[in-house]
Design a protein around this ligand. Sequence first.
Ligand code: 5GP
Length: 369
Amino acid sequence: MTQILSEVYLDYSDILIRPKMGINLNSRKDVNLQRLFKFKHGQTRTGLGVFNANMATVGNFIVAKKLLQKGMFATIHKHYTVDEIGKFFLDAKQENVPLDNLFVTIGLKDIDGQIQKLKELESGYGWKSPRNICIDAPNFYIQKALDVLARVRQEFPDAVIMAGNIASSDICLKLLDYADIIKCGIGSGSACLTRKQTGCGTPMVSLILECADIAHSVGGHICADGGIVDVGDICKALCLNSDFVMAGGMFAGTDEAEGQIIEKNYETSEMFDGKHVIQTKCFKVYYGMSSEYANNKFAGGMGNYKTSEGRELLIPYTGSIDKILQDITGGIASCCTYIGAASVKHMSKCATIIQVHNQLNKVFEKYSV
Ligand code: 5GP
């Protein structure tokens, strides 16, 4: 019989972190944003657990470099060639960009070819320990995904492996036999159409709670992927015990994201000389990796058995990524001072989460400049 689970599953907009008296932190400068991660399969890494999404738009070299320089983690998307990645490694070394927290993404298609690609990176460009692999599939519930994961672990026993995406805790233990980090989140992404097209998905807050619980019980880690609207959502994910957070849309309007700046003219309601004043606004294109646009670009078109589970968006241009990265580190540090957490590692222990009906005051939203 089909069952309906009646417990309400919550999303970021359904909760807030309640400030409280904790240890006495005088300034956000005193907060330790770096965390030591001891992974299930033996490796350790240190950094602030924030990733850029492994999408063609924001999983590029320039965005990755910026996050790594800021002490965060980063991914590069799966469509780069060996030589492009190799050149990035060489340039990064010359510019003193730390590569220990960089994840190279592969997909499920042509696994022999993908293993070969990683081996060529090893032999041609010295990609040896520490090295990290992100195995990306929109749906990790298929047997092929599990087979690929097992094979990659066998070929690269010393790598940190992040695998996903999933949207329930029942599969976590199975993945952690081979993976170190499970990427959680289906249907939450800003360029995603999965919930509309398939009706499938799980709200992020409840998902993080249930997956972190299972993963941490066996020494695994999780990454909350998709649905980050504001820096506060990153803080919420960390307080809920997610070890890592991945964001795409947040970085997609920046200079560093792929694509040109597009200018559009708008007629405003303001009049001058009997005519509407024209205003120019700048945008960048952000597209889902399952969108028709991405399928046309990378997979030679949509197969006739598929429906597009991603969309193409024109999103406001936001300038340099530096400002957003500063907002992220500043926002997390400030959150720690509100809850009395001396370090990111302690956020989940210190946080009290409250369920709310209204999260933000939006009264002047339409006047924002
Ligand atoms: P955002 O931070 O923009 O809310 O979400 C980014 C995440 O959306 C990605 O890391 C990935 O998990 C997911 N995503 C990217 N492209 C697509 C797509 O075309 N369809 C779906 N369903 N999810 C996508």
